[in-house]
Design a protein around this ligand. Structure first.
Ligand code: ZN
Length: 211
């Protein structure tokens, strides 16, 4: 019995080693996820594209990585220390819905994507990411049905392509309040939320603010 187990373990470990060797030959390091680290923070620390890391590791949902998970960082020369996520004391944001992250912040072929896209079923409730005041609620071109909430410290959040807006201008909303239903309005393919976080009017990568 012990012998069978030993053979099994050797097989198991050699398979793992084999995979590791192949990856390492391409150049890169294995990073072990520590508490408070997000894929976005890891990618930023190593200065490697988050989509590349997700693809290389077969990670479908970059918001669901776990402590102790080993992640291959292509192109990295050494393991680096990642600053853990600490919510900014002055303002905390939550995910406006849970769904599938289908598009990242950043440059696309011909344009710059100012937010992230989160796909889910039409009609899914969209929540206010932080407390604030509604400063726009209406139809706006490519954005379709759009809501903008203005927060403290010159932050604002943008929610686009909604099926229906449930708040109006000057409404006060608390974090987690339902503000809209997920839709496919404006320039959109499939029901999803286009979500932006802006600081002083400039779009920031929302993944830097979301745990
Ligand atoms: Zn988008």
């Amino acid at each position: 019995m012990a012998k069978v187990l030993a053979i099994f373990l050797i097989l198991l470990s050699s398979c793992t080693l084999f995979e590791w060797t192949i990856k390492e030959e391409k150049g890169g390091v294995w990073h072990t996820v520590n508490k408070g680290e997000t894929l976005w923070r890891i990618a930023r620390t190593y200065k490697v594209d988050i989509e590349l890391i997700a693809k290389e590791n077969g990670i479908e949902d970059p918001t669901k990585i776990s402590v102790g998970q080993k992640i291959f960082i292509p192109g990295a020369k050494e393991v680096l220390k990642v600053e853990p996520f600490v919510a900014e004391k002055r303002l905390e944001f939550i995910w406006p819905l849970s769904g599938k992250l289908t598009s990242y912040f950043g440059k696309r072929i011909s344009e710059f994507h100012k937010g992230i896209d989160i796909a889910a079923n039409e009609g899914t409730k969209i929540l206010a990411s932080a407390e604030g005041v509604v400063t726009y609620s209406g139809f706006y071109g490519n954005y379709g049905n759009l809501i903008i909430i203005t927060h403290q410290h010159d932050f604002s959040t943008v929610y686009a392509h909604n099926k229906e807006n449930l708040v109006k201008v000057e409404d006060r909303v608390k974090q987690g309040d339902v503000i809209a239903l997920l839709g496919n309005t404006g320039k959109s393919t499939g029901s999803h939320l286009h979500f932006e976080i802006r600081s002083k009017g400039r779009a920031k990568d929302p993944l830097g603010y979301l745990e």
